[in-house]
Design a binder for this molecule. Sequence first.
Ligand code: UDP
Length: 235
Amino acid sequence: MDTAGSMLYEGKAKKIFAAARPDQVVHYFKDDATAFNAEKRGTIVDKGVVNNKVSERLFTLIEENRISTHFLKRLSDREMLTKKVAIVPVEVVVRNLVAGSLAKRLGLPVGDAIEPAIVEFYYKNDALGDPLVNDDHLRLMNVATPGVLRELRELAHKVNAVLKPFFAERKMQLVDFKLEFGLFHNKLILADEISPDTCRFWDMGTGESMDKDRFRKDMGKIEEAYQEVLKRVCG
Ligand code: UDP
């Protein structure tokens, strides 16, 4: 039986419920959208359905490429059964093109290619606003050992090598994305979600944003963009 039990945690975009097995949880994907450390709030109609189905497809693809993830199965439009992991409080960002905070921080032109891709670490802490950190900072805070950080970087590059061509085939540029990892029986596995909330996609024909930037920057046609991503990824 995989129906959800009591709620264990409510995040900005998901609720986590107990599953029948103690080593599994059920994720419920909400339509709530937040940006800028939750200063901006809103709703994207059916975002939860899109993010659940897109994550299912991408986790399945990643597993097919022999990278372990927490994904077990999709239970409904908005629910996914996963392994229960201890999340490593590090947001791992991979960048193929200059955009967002990188363009702002370093004054680089938006859209410039980054070859080879770069990986950044952010310390997952809402009170601090998820600061950019380096390996030494994470070691200082006892968040991760050098060995774990090496593995996170390697896994992030491997995931990028799988996702970048997958999106290119669908005429989408994978500009950048954020990954989270968790420990399951002492092994690092990919967790959280991979969706238009956590990636930047640019349409290869028009260059238009097909992701949460449409919400962050009030660009309109937000729901349409999420549905288009669902169509290209799962259609
Ligand atoms: N990202 C995310 N959650 C965060 C911060 C960033 O999923 O809390 C994703 C974001 O969608 C983008 C990538 O990570 O695909 C890089 O984001 P960036 O550092 O440019 O920050 P932003 O401009 O989104 O503030």
